[in-house]
Design a protein around this ligand. Structure first.
Ligand SMILES: [Mn+2]
Length: 484
């Protein structure tokens, strides 16, 4: 799952996508490389109002986030904007795709399971078949619930399929050995942060990560593939929009350097695209984890409209909605020092990130720093937990900033044995949106260390968070830390 596959460090932030939706798209570029470009400013109108009003009653300036597309771009030595990825990488990716199509050999696509990953996969699939690769030769694989593409389960599947070409899309990358031992070509198309050399051995890559405003994987795949065949435009442009709205939210302005998608949105209304994003993202959160159904839906249609009435997608969306509602009213317990609120749920659906996010925006306590939702029912024998920074603690700056990973680590710092048993999937993700997957036994020990329920001052609150308006469900926080 993404939590494991999207290896640290990646983003420096993750926030409640519901409450902070306008920010989330911008956060995508708030990486260690580009964070200096993050600035906040008060609106000119507001500033004007302030100077005219009585200085004694100056209002707090409203924080405004610049539009995503205005993020300063990288330029090459000729002053040309480098976007959505370095030219040489894009050219090389095209070469590999063309070569793959003409080779007529077994080909494997490993797309991520969200709207961006699936769209990226569908764009590549349409491109390869348009270029003449028989669809019989193309396999598409999704690791089962709780696994990721770097797991042993994927390795054995890849070995069995023994593809000559492997395309890894939107998965985040990590430094690993090759996907399997036999000779093959592997191309990674991505937009996540990767450490220097943080790719599987022998793999080639094209990444949007270092070319702000960071494009989505679907948009990057689109930019690579579009010139490869004259018939592709209609087939893939709506998919580029689907994936991009999936990751960046539906308020994105399609302005330079983003391509002009006016014609695409004329054929495929934004409303349909946005509704399709929610539907396509639902199966991976449902108990059945039927990502395959989402893929089949996306690859088989020529636009978003038929997705809106796809029953499998609608059922999954309904289930996830019900589960979220059901588990949003569990009263929290608090750690000994009252800095962590813990919500314990038991759902086979991946609703723990949403529940944590909801409560994080709701609980009011000056002491509270972290809201944790622990799901004891997602994977047998495991506890999957998600942490979010409590709303009131989000304004902290400098050394006072809440660092969830650090806090989680500090709790077990004096117990190296427990820390070792918590394993690699503990405290993963981002400082502001972390989580983990641990065994039940270790979870119990961890709870003891936190002193859950020992805080007498803070009793369970009687109210529960209001259900927010259904907003875009797949933005930064769940996108990057989906499984946390
Ligand atoms: Mn993506």
């Amino acid at each position: 799952m993404s939590l494991v596959s999207r290896v640290l460090p990646r983003l420096s932030r993750g926030l409640n996508h519901t409450a902070y939706r306008p920010i989330t798209s911008f956060l995508l570029v708030s990486t260690p490389h580009t964070f200096h470009t993050t600035y906040m400013m008060s609106s000119p109108a507001k500033r004007k109002a302030e100077t005219q009003a009585s200085p004694a009653k100056a209002k707090k300036p409203k924080v405004q986030i610049p539009e995503y597309h205005l993020t300063p771009s990288r330029r090459d030595e000729d002053g040309e904007i480098v976007w959505p990825a370095p030219k040489a990488q894009i050219e090389r990716a095209r070469e590999i795709i063309r070569e793959c199509a003409s080779a007529q050999k077994p080909t494997l696509i490993l797309p991520d399971k969200d709207a961006d990953g699936l769209s990226s996969g569908a764009i590549l699939h349409h491109t390869l078949t348009s270029l003449g690769l028989s669809s019989d030769l193309i396999s598409v694989y999704f690791p089962p619930k709780g696994s990721n593409v770097h797991d042993e389960s994927t390795r054995s599947t890849v070995t069995e399929l023994s593809p000559a070409y492997i395309f890894v899309l939107d998965q985040g990358s990590r430094k690993t050995g090759p996907f399997y031992d036999a000779s093959h070509k592997c191309l990674i198309i991505d937009h996540h942060f990767a450490e220097e050399g943080g790719f599987p051995e022998g793999a080639e890559f094209v990444t949007a990560h270092d070319c702000p405003p960071v494009a989505t994987s679907a948009l990057l795949t689109y930019a690579i593939c579009l010139p490869l065949h004259q018939d592709l435009e209609d087939k893939i442009s709506w998919l580029a929009a689907l994936g991009t709205h999936g990751d960046l939210g539906n308020t994105l302005k399609w302005q330079p350097p983003f391509p002009d998608m006016t014609a695409t949105f004329k054929r495929n209304p934004k409303k349909a695209i946005n509704d399709a994003v929610g539907l396509v993202n639902a199966p991976r959160r449902s108990a059945a984890y039927n990502v395959q159904a989402a893929w089949e839906a996306v690859i088989s249609v020529e636009g978003p409209q038929p997705l809106l009435s796809n029953e499998k997608l609608r059922d999954a969306q309904f289930e996830v909605k019900q589960e979220t509602e059901k588990w949003s009213h569990v009263p929290p317990k608090f750690s000994r020092d009252a800095t962590i609120a813990i919500l314990t749920i038991r759902s086979a659906a991946q609703v723990h990130p949403v529940v944590a996010t909801r409560w994080a925006g709701f609980l009011k306590s000056d002491k509270l720093e972290i809201v944790m939702c622990a799901n004891e029912g997602y994977l047998p024998g495991k506890v999957n937990f998600s942490c979010r920074v409590a709303k009131h603690a989000r304004a902290r700056i400098g050394d006072d900033r809440v660092n969830i990973i650090q806090t989680l680590e500090s709790i077990v710092a004096d117990d190296p044995d427990l820390r070792a048993r918590l394993g690699e999937s503990f405290a993963r993700g981002h400082k502001e949106a972390s989580g983990g997957i641990i065994n039940v036994q270790e979870w119990e020990e961890f709870k003891k260390l936190m002193g859950v329920g020992e805080n007498s001052r803070k009793k369970a609150e009687t109210k529960t968070p209001e259900k927010k308006k259904p907003a875009q469900k797949n933005t930064l926080q769940n996108y990057f830390v989906k499984a946390s």
